[in-house]
Design a protein around this ligand. Structure first.
Ligand code: HEC
Length: 191
């Protein structure tokens, strides 16, 4: 047998076997705060890019009315702020503990989101596997996802009426502010 074939066979057996042993070793990163696994980012991004390119349908939002941005702000406040944050608020406890971290669309000096509308729409509808970004196809209508898409495109230049919606209530699951609340569970267990 030629050297090439032997090499090929060893490669076919050794590479997957090595990878399997790596996964079983207990050293592969699993915690959200650990480093990405080798090729993790590459695998997820490459697969996602190809799928979105395949499936996305072009969307032309045209001029988005202030009324529509206010509607979008309400939907965002209820469904997204929990992970993606609100203006002038620190990231929520959930956002701080996730890997990959959810982009904070309203952090100071946030840049205008540069994904095309069709891509934002696809991601909100279908979610992004292995990241914690939920798909909303079962909980929001296509029209609501479209409102959100316009809202995110304009997130860095919202009119005052839409900003006011985002100020009314803090994002859910803020860090408990008083120590007694934070340790209530512990005390209870000790008693
Ligand atoms: C449970 C947490 C969570 C919730 C709730 C959530 N997201 Fe996300 N989202 C994420 C994470 C994590 C990512 C980062 C994914 C990545 O790095 O590829 C993300 C990514 C995105 C992206 C892609 C950003 C980019 O730059 O490519 C968009 C757009 C988005 N989310 C919109 C929304 C909208 C709109 C909602 C509400 C309807 C929402 N998300 C709700 C966690 C969440």
């Amino acid at each position: 047998m030629s050297r090439f074939l032997i090499g090929l066979l060893i490669g076919i057996i050794l590479v997957p076997a090595g990878f399997y042993l790596y996964l079983r070793s207990g050293d592969a990163p699993v915690a959200t705060w650990a480093q990405p696994m080798p090729f993790e980012r590459f695998l997820v991004k490459t697969a996602m890019r190809a799928t979105i390119d395949n499936e996305e349908t072009p969307i032309h939002l045209g001029k988005i009315s202030n009324g529509s941005l206010v509607v979008g702000a309400h939907i965002y406040q209820q469904n997204c702020a929990f992970c993606h944050g609100l203006p002038n608020q620190t990231p929520t406890v959930a956002a701080k503990g996730m890997f990959p971290p959810p982009p904070q669309f309203f952090r100071p000096n946030a840049k205008k989101i540069d994904d095309p509308a069709s891509e934002i729409y696809w991601k909100v509808k279908n979610g992004i596997r292995l990241t914690g970004m939920p798909g909303f196809r079962a909980s929001l209508s296509d029209a609501q996802i479209l409102e959100l898409t316009g809202f995110l495109e304009e997130a860095t230049a919202l009119p005052p009426a839409a900003m006011a919606v985002l100020k009314t209530r803090p994002a859910k699951t803020q860090e408990p502010s008083s120590p007694s609340v934070r340790h209530a569970g512990l005390k209870h267990r000790r008693a």
